[in-house]
Design a protein around this ligand. Structure first.
Ligand code: CDP
Ligand code: CDP
Length: 211
């Protein structure tokens, strides 16, 4: 069983994917971390994220970088979004994601192109979203909780810029897949969002069983 969870930054897809993982007893891959690792690795190599050759060279990152706390910052999120427009970069990360998706027993992946490119035959597909303002507020609260000094205006600008880049790129743009269900978490607590996600997945699985 493969469950695909896609959506824009801070929509809640990671939280929902992890909760689905606990509920269905499946392993979860946050595919954004792979693109973030490439973004951070370009930075460390002194490369230019907008140059395809520099970004591709950074795809060869070691697994150590996946535990770097800097990976979670909005700055690295923006770098990830810049390296992820290059087709060769996306291609370099496909196999790792498909191997995870097709492991025996099943898997859950969250990202931008899981239901459209990585696992178009997924058994259940959820597209998670929320308003830009709510998403920026979430990042703001996360920033405060981590002891930082987040700025609401720049968070809104960063999220909007990332949405536009992710939705308008030529290769694997962020969009709702055919057969996916929309889950808008703007006005939902985490608990309600998780309940609704489970209900949507159960309904899709039931629909498949009935053919
Ligand atoms: O957690 P958040 O939604 O802020 O970002 P993320 O999922 O870690 O993804 C960071 C960036 O990587 C996104 O803005 C996308 O540009 C890119 N990405 C992608 O292109 N395809 C994916 N499957 C996952 C992430
Ligand atoms: O993975 P993505 O970037 O889409 O979002 P996330 O990391 O799951 O969630 C971003 C933040 O929003 C986290 O602090 C979540 O706890 C919070 N959140 C929320 O307040 N309400 C929801 N319905 C879902 C997530």
């Amino acid at each position: 069983m493969i469950i695909a969870v896609d959506g824009p930054a801070a929509s809640g897809k990671g939280t929902i994917a992890k909760a689905l993982g606990r509920h269905y007893g499946l392993p979860v891959l946050d595919t954004g971390l792979l693109y973030r690792a490439v973004g951070l690795s370009v930075l460390k190599q002194g490369g230019d994220p907008d140059l395809e050759a520099d970004a591709l060279a950074a795809c060869d990152f070691g697994d150590d970088i996946l535990t770097d706390p800097a990976l979670r910052s909005e700055a690295v999120g923006s770098l990830a979004s810049r390296v992820s427009v290059h087709q060769s970069v996306r291609q370099a990360l496909v196999q790792r994601q498909r191997d995870f998706a097709t492991q025996p027993g099943g898997a859950i992946l969250d990202g931008r192109d899981i239901a459209t490119v990585i696992a178009p035959d997924a058994d259940a597909k959820i597209f998670v979203t929320a308003s830009v303002h709510v998403r920026a507020e979430r990042r703001y609260r996360d920033g405060l909780a981590q002891g930082g000094h987040p700025d609401m205006d720049s968070l809104i600008a960063d999220i909007q810029a990332r949405d536009i880049r992710d939705m308008s790129r030529d290769h694997a743009p962020l969009k709702m897949a055919e057969g996916a269900d929309l889950l808008d978490t703007s006005d939902l607590t985490i608990e309600r969002a998780i309940q609704q996600a489970i209900a949507l997945v159960d309904a899709q699985l039931e629909g498949r069983r009935q053919g």
